[in-house]
Design a binder for this molecule. Structure first.
Ligand SMILES: Nc1nc2c(ncn2[C@@H]2O[C@H](COP(=O)(O)OP(=O)(O)OP(=O)(O)O)[C@@H](O)[C@H]2O)c(=O)[nH]1
Ligand SMILES: [Mg+2]
Length: 151
């Protein structure tokens, strides 16, 4: 079992894609263990995107991510980090194949609907930025014997 941090970005919330995105991850068999709607402060945005601080697109990225509410989530499952990244598709929606979230719902790199942690270390630090431990609830789904038949 692995945890990953996922965010529906302001464009995804604004376009009414919250249910669609959650439905895809839920349908895959991942377990939702944390969920909140929030507006990201400039301080939190700077922490989240610290790795991109020197990039030319950084000011636009901070403006965008603080421009409206987002849905922050923690999802748990086998190989969750890589599986969610695969379901998101590449950063640039023009490269994202149909069937991926970005390939089905986005056409611009600045408004690509969803964020997902790019590794286990990033997942741990991003989860810590958005959630306290008592806000995460990990309860097995009753149908998990059909998702993980040997567990
Ligand atoms: N305008 C512009 N935006 C970019 C570019 N590269 C990345 N971004 C934006 O910055 C975000 C973070 O970049 P990355 O972390 O490299 O991409 P990612 O991991 O696929 O996306 P996130 O899940 O949002 O972190 C992306 O989702 C894009 O919205 C770029 O070359 N130009
Ligand atoms: Mg990233």
């Amino acid at each position: 079992m692995q945890r990953t941090f996922v965010m529906i970005k302001p464009d995804g919330v604004g376009r009414g894609l919250i249910g669609t995105v959650i439905g895809r991850l839920e349908g895959r068999g991942l377990r939702l263990v944390g969920l909140k709607l929030l507006s990201i402060s400039p301080e939190l945005a700077a922490k989240h995107y610290a790795a991109h601080q020197a990039k030319p697109f950084y000011p636009g990225l901070i403006r965008f991510i603080t421009s409206g509410p987002v849905v922050a989530m923690v999802w748990e499952g086998a190989d969750a980090v890589a599986q969610v990244r695969a379901m998101m598709g590449p950063t640039d929606p023009h490269q994202a194949p149909p069937g991926t979230i970005r390939g089905d719902f986005a056409l611009a790199i600045d408004c690509n609907v969803i964020h997902g942690s790019d590794g286990e270390a990033a997942a741990e630090s991003e989860i810590g930025l958005y959630f306290t431990p008592d806000e995460l609830v990990s309860v097995p789904r009753p149908e998990e014997s059909w998702i993980y038949p040997r567990t």
